[in-house]
Design a protein around this ligand. Sequence first.
Ligand SMILES: Nc1ncnc2c1ncn2[C@@H]1O[C@H](COP(=O)(O)OP(=O)(O)OP(=O)(O)O)[C@@H](O)[C@H]1O
Length: 325
Amino acid sequence: MAEKSIEINGLTKKYGQHVAVDNLTLSIDKGEIFGLLGPNGAGKSTTILMLLGLTEVDSGSVKVCGIDTTRHPLEVKRKVGYLPEDVGFYNDYTGLQNLLYVARLNNIPLEQAQKTALRTLAEVGLEEEMDKKVASYSRGMRQRLGLADVLIKNPEVIILDEPTLGLDPEGVKKFLQLIVELSRKKGITVLFSSHHLHQVQQLCDRVGIFVKGKLLAEGKISSLAEQLFSKNTFTLEGGITPMDENPNQASDSLEEVVNKMKRIKEVSLVEVDKDHFVVESKKDVSAELSRLIVNSGYGLAYLTKKKYGLDDIYHQYFQEEEKRI
Ligand SMILES: Nc1ncnc2c1ncn2[C@@H]1O[C@H](COP(=O)(O)OP(=O)(O)OP(=O)(O)O)[C@@H](O)[C@H]1O
């Protein structure tokens, strides 16, 4: 069995009557990049604070690298690097000076700190900017320096809370690539908290969908789709056209064609809008559908199997949640 970096069991946190995190159970393997995905107020930051031992737990347990954070928060902090949304720096210091300051706070001896700082700044792509004052840094450069702050203590786990806010699309792409490279190269476990579906999809091995304090689903994106769409696994979309070449050929009415489609055993839903149709079914019925359409005197303009992405999954879970409330 894979070694676990993060083990959360029945974790609950209340603010007064409000349950911010509700009986959360989750484990993350060593070296894995896990995405905690949810809208604002879902409880992501509260979970992270509990992981870091920065806020009290009402019930349940959290272990990071095998250490209980509620009992030994300082030991956990030594092993975990945390990058919040917005990192504070000394603007009058250079990037290198800021990093050396963080190294000192982490009790890294000066000589070692200098070597490690230079290497880390190169790793995050700031070697050419390290002697410039942070006041002149762009948002992207500040986030890279934030990542260097996190990496300098050689963490086993890094936790990133909405780290790409305010970055332009190119900056986001580079930042995400950097995280993947570093995680793979150093075997670092990453917990990436975000409400950006596409970023999570690009970066993460596994995803947890978190809404109103509850983990609604977790798994690989492909298996989330299976869990969610298991009732009607296949969605086929097609275009139907009249047979122009042979106008005298008798055709069924469109209504009759739809009724025939509905009579295919595995089909659970047929929707038609002008010449476009959507069929949901328990197995792939593309062959039956094409035969049926052609035999009814129509042409098939296209027939495609819809692939579910994270967007579909995310919205479906949100819809489910809204229905329950
Ligand atoms: N210190 C606090 N006191 C009272 N309520 C709080 C406190 N911190 C968070 N909350 C509430 O707990 C819920 C979860 O908040 P949390 O910040 O963990 O969510 P989030 O998913 O990280 O969202 P965001 O991305 O907006 O930070 C919210 O309803 C929030 O208002």
